[in-house]
Design a binder for this molecule. Structure first.
Ligand SMILES: [Zn+2]
Length: 403
């Protein structure tokens, strides 16, 4: 059983403890102590970080977990600690203190969401850069603005945050809790913020709402049919997050041909310009295809009233197919044989009767190897081990024979 010093005093940044158990694997050491200032992950709050130091070793603690027995995991420098040895614990205070602000910020937000709109908080998680809470109802920007204003008013009022431990909860206390508690099995910690909020919680909190500094909602959205998600930041993470966001905004705006605000209008301008260019590209491509088709038809062979167009292409297969389909659709009595790097496309005008492209492909592949398939009017193949020119020659020969 590890004594949880972070509950007795969440502001404890250093402590002395005795090693209870040690495990080691691949340079990572895990140990339990008789007491600890390191909060283990749980209740949406991430685990603490810091240093455990002893005579001749140092552990960079990256993960802390467990309930009755708390394990501290991290990279070991120096010799392995021994059971019974005294060690010094040093908390990454900046990390923990910010987490305390985020966590207390969540209590404030959840209380207001319930008070103003009857929304219940069903989930909470602190991430490295922001936090999320989930509520059981719809949200809009007007509601969010009201919640933010009220939350920051409570912060400015510097209301004490009280944490008490109970073995038994009276009807009177049970009645005032934000979260429903069915029964107390062991002991329960109740966090009270003035007359704003009272809820059971096992995390670490600041002792006064003023320390939260500021709360800013970043965005909200529907998570599923029942739940909505709110992303927010508190404390110094507000400044860090907004500065990253603003840097992204201004740099993006700087990249624009027109640098006037707002960015969304510049993006829309650019999008409509791209659409216009796409249209022009499409028109130019059709013009090019017309010229190309004309040139190929000029060189085509005519067998029993059917024009055979054959060419070796540099285009990729997708573009080549688009061109071939265009060519045969526009020109009656035409069959086109197009061979590129490792592909062959055989296409005919729908009016051409008596010859199937699928059948023709099968005969070509018999001689060239490879695989493929298709329909009566369009067939594609690939994977042959013969040069494109040779494939074209074989296809022409087979087609003339079929005609
Ligand atoms: Zn809490």
């Amino acid at each position: 059983m590890t004594e949880c010093l972070f509950y007795l005093d969440p502001y404890l940044k250093e402590s002395i403890a005795t090693v209870q158990a040690v495990k080691q694997r691949d340079g990572i050491v895990k140990l339990t102590l008789d007491r600890t200032i390191f909060y283990p992950e749980g209740g949406g709050q991430p685990s603490d970080r810091g240093i455990i130091r002893g005579e001749g070793f140092k552990i960079k603690v990256e993960k802390v977990y467990g309930k009755d027995e708390i394990w501290h995991e991290g990279k070991l420098e120096g010799r392995l600690p021994k059971v019974g040895e005294e060690v010094k614990l040093e908390l990454d205070w900046e990390w923990r203190y910010e987490n305390m602000k985020q966590h207390t910020g969540q209590h404030i937000l959840s209380a207001i969401l319930k008070k103003l709109y009857g929304l219940h908080t069903t989930g909470f998680q602190i991430f490295k850069e922001y936090n999320k809470i989930e509520v059981d109802g719809e949200l809009n920007w007007e509601m969010i603005t009201q919640v933010e204003l009220e939350a920051n008013r409570i912060i400015r009022e510097a209301i004490p945050v009280k944490v008490e431990e109970f073995k038994y909860l009276s009807e009177e206390i049970l009645h005032t809790l934000r979260k429903h508690v069915s029964k107390v099995t062991d002991r329960i910690r109740i966090v009270t913020i003035g007359d704003i909020d009272r809820t059971p919680c096992g995390g670490t909190h600041v002792k006064n709402t003023g320390e939260v500094g500021f709360i800013k909602v970043l965005r909200f959205y529907r998570k599923d049919r029942k739940l909505w998600r709110i992303e927010f930041v508190a404390g110094n993470r507000v400044i860090k997050y907004l500065n990253n966001l603003l840097a992204d905004y201004w740099e993006s705006l700087d990249e624009m041909p027109n640098k006037n605000r707002p960015l969304v209008e510049r993006v829309r301008e650019l999008k409509s310009e791209i659409e216009k260019l796409e249209e022009e590209k499409k028109a130019l491509r059709l013009k090019l295809w017309d010229w190309k088709a004309k040139a190929l038809l000029k060189e085509s062979e005519e067998v029993k009233g059917t024009k055979i167009v054959g060419t070796v292409e540099k285009l990729d297969m997708k573009d080549a197919q688009a061109f071939v389909v265009y060519l045969v659709d526009k020109n009656p009595n035409t069959i086109a044989l197009v061979v590129g790097r490792n592909y062959v496309i055989l296409a005919k005008n729908r009016g051409v009767e008596g010859v199937s492209m699928r059948e023709l492909l099968r005969e070509v592949l018999e001689e060239t190897g490879g695989s493929g398939g298709g329909s009566e009017v369009l067939a594609k193949g690939g994977g042959f081990k013969v040069e494109p020119e040779k494939v074209l020659e074989i296809a022409k020969k087979k087609l003339k024979h079929l005609l």
